[in-house]
Design a protein around this ligand. Structure first.
Ligand code: GCO
Ligand code: MG
Length: 416
């Protein structure tokens, strides 16, 4: 089973996706996601110029060996571009192995540990009334856990609050009013936004107070602070949200300083989720060993594929830390499918972020996953269960798109 052909496909059905398609001499194909939002073409070049030439002729069944070859053999380790490229190869090889075995990937990983994966959806609102409406719609669609992001008085736009009112409250994938939660307006040059941490910290507890009053004590609620806080600010936020019993507080500080979380932990019992921008097990070394987090946020796509993320999650399992894989629409349907297979097979699954892809995206990537009763399932097709329609993908050329960035009122650039 030798790799005979490797194509890197860039398509933009509403947003950019980078997909590696491997083909073996016995006619099997495998897909892997290497999408890195806003830096997509760096992964394309890494794959096309430096990885694809090494793949041709390799034994497609040797997944671990190929992973080690690309990671150790490349000299330059880690980093989002490298690890997204390795992830694309890894997932494509798992897809091929599943097809060769005639089994869905989760069976190769040990079989299902549960019937489906609890998913959280993204509610948001410029104010409490809009937010309430958005949460209600998500509940109607079957979500059993909800991420809550709110506008802040005095700030024009806030990360995580969908940019159009339609998108915030009209939901349902596949309709024009689809909730494209993309937290921020993507643009061919980064849009500048204004940020005020004090206003945010003062406002947020009242949002959760209102949501709990409306929806009761039992609904799992999550929140993403998107790396904006200092350790002591994060500690304060955690304490002030404790009465509202959050499922997690995500990315409270820019966590490349892993030690910052010691300080946060000293002050609050709020569960912490970290790691969507991490890409290797080394990024988790301190925070897992010292039990400074409760959920691992890495996506298969950004953390070296199924092979590497499984190792991170097995390490985390020793400390009762669970998965909370990143799943915004910038993870492609291929990356999402891989995540669902992994989530089904590991014991320490926690929750899965879920934001349905657009109708156009789903025409390019034919998916077999289902979302029923609040639970995701990857389906039973051999491999990861996603097909790429090459004719459709060819209709949507790459479009440069950047996330926005923040400045404080005095002009200082702030963390994302
Ligand atoms: C999330 C993330 C995303 C990121 C986006 C950046 O928790 O879903 O924070 O919204 O901002 O994936 O590419
Ligand atoms: Mg996040």
């Amino acid at each position: 089973m030798k790799i005979e052909k490797a194509d890197v496909i860039v398509t933009s059905p509403d947003r950019n996706f980078v997909t590696l398609r491997l083909q073996t001499d016995d006619g099997l194909t495998g897909l892997g996601d290497g999408t890195l939002n806003g830096r997509e073409l760096a992964v394309v070049s890494y794959l096309r110029d430096h990885v694809v030439p090494l793949l041709i002729g390799r034994d497609a069944s040797r997944i671990e060996d190929t992973w080690q070859f690309l990671y150790r053999g490349g000299y330059w380790r880690r980093g989002p571009v490298t690890m997204a490229a390795i992830a694309a190869v890894d997932v494509a090889l798992w897809d091929i192995k599943g097809k060769a075995a005639g089994m869905p990937l989760y069976q190769l990983l040990g079989g299902a540990c549960r019937t489906g994966l609890l998913a959280y959806g993204h509610a948001s609102g410029a104010d409490i009334a809009e937010l309430t409406e958005s949460i209600r719609r998500h509940l109607e669609e079957g979500y059993r856990a909800i991420r809550v992001q709110s506008g802040v008085p005095g700030l024009h736009s806030v990360y995580g609050v969908a940019s159009s009112a339609n998108a915030r409250t009209g939901s349902q994938a596949g309709t024009d009013t689809r909730y494209d939660y993309e937290p921020a307006r993507r643009n061919d040059v980064p849009v500048q936004e204004t940020w005020d941490t004090g206003a945010y910290l003062r406002h947020l507890p009242s949002v959760f107070e209102a949501v709990r009053a409306e929806f009761g004590a039992g609904l799992p609620l999550l929140h993403d602070a998107h790396h904006r806080l200092t350790p002591i600010q994060a500690a304060r936020l955690g304490k002030s949200l404790e009465p509202y019993d959050l499922f997690w507080l995500e990315d409270c500080t820019p966590a490349e300083n892993q030690e910052a979380l010691r300080l946060v932990r000293q002050h609050t019992t709020i569960p912490l989720a970290i790691g969507e921008v991490f890409n290797t097990i080394w990024d988790y070394q301190v925070i897992v060993r010292e039990q400074l987090i409760d959920y691992v946020r890495s996506a298969v796509t950004h953390a070296g594929g199924v092979t590497h993320l499984r190792k991170i999650l097995d390490y985390a399992a020793q400390y009762q830390i669970k998965s909370g894989m990143h799943g915004p629409t910038d993870v492609s349907p291929v990356g999402m499918a891989a995540a669902l297979h992994l989530g089904l097979a590991i014991h320490n699954f926690g929750i899965q972020e879920y934001m349905p892809h657009s109708e156009r995206t789903s025409q390019v990537f034919r998916q077999s996953c289902t979302f029923e009763g609040g639970l995701l399932h990857p389906g039973e097709r051999p491999g990861i269960g996603v097909d790429l329609d090459l004719d459709e993908s060819g209709k949507y050329p790459y479009q440069r798109a950047y996330l926005p960035y923040n400045r404080l009122s005095d002009g200082t650039i702030h963390d994302w």
